[in-house]
Design a protein around this ligand. Sequence first.
Ligand code: AMP
Ligand code: FE
Ligand code: FE
Ligand code: ZN
Length: 310
Amino acid sequence: MDADLHLHTLHSDGTYTPEELVAAAAGHGLAIIALTDHDTVEGCAETAALAARAGIGFLPGTEITAELHGRELHILGYFLALGDEALARELGRAQEIRQERVRQMVRRLNARGLGIDPEAIFELARCKAPGRPHVARALVEGGFCASLDEAFDKYLKKGRPGWVAKEKIAARRAIELIQGAGGLAVMAHPGLNHDDTLVGKLARLGIDGIECFHPRHGAGAPERYLSMAREFGLLVTGGSDCHGTSKNRPTMGTVRLPMSFVEILRERLHQPRPAALPAPAVGPAVGGPAGGNVPPAESAPAPSPAPLGS
Ligand code: AMP
Ligand code: FE
Ligand code: FE
Ligand code: ZN
């Protein structure tokens, strides 16, 4: 019995509807799933109802696009109270920024002679948190590019004509919003940031956990992040980051988190939060802070992350 705590639908840049997501989860024999669409909780209520009908446990979540020292990083939120006003307000603002950014990207591309209608992108995206993947799809559908990869390479990557920077929520604020909504804040796919010092920095900001198991974490990465979780007293999570078919093939099933990890997350919800870590001390650390769900190294469980090598 396993969980997948990182999943997207068409409420952000995935291709699955909530129905398709739950059906796929049932097909993979998952016992618990979490929906973590980018900067929105829009699909959570519907997915919760569908999951309940399918006998699958559900954690309402999100994946906030955040920033620390000018670097983009993603912070997952779990067990969110969906009616939380501060969270709804800030996610609403992030969604407006995303929509305005799509308009800016289109203006830049059209100034280069392309003819794209921004409304066609919103029509295609049908979600409140659109992003570059939707613009890429419009470029392919409009015949301007042969593939999504080409759309990113030619137009949407940093430095290309359609690139527009995205204003992000400060990491400290993202953590505060998630925890203020009764949730747990977790650093998503640390391996994709190529800067492991971010883990300690986020721990000092009070983050609760770290996603050790992710399809794009290569050999050695899970062990390295499990060891950092132990060092900083962080909870451990994992998930497939499945986007349906919007990024190559669906990744659901490639990372399966044993249920024991989820039980420890649930227990943490009912315990007082350990104090955020103090600034780093000079000299060797003696022992580690208590509070994570990392098993001792010799009894590390064996989730089955299958690196995609991408
Ligand atoms: P945004 O948040 O709007 O900047 O878009 C970022 C999203 O675009 C992330 O989900 C990336 O994984 C995705 N992305 C980046 N490069 C590519 C690519 N070459 N093909 C498909 N998706 C991509
Ligand atoms: Fe995404
Ligand atoms: Fe992410
Ligand atoms: Zn994701």
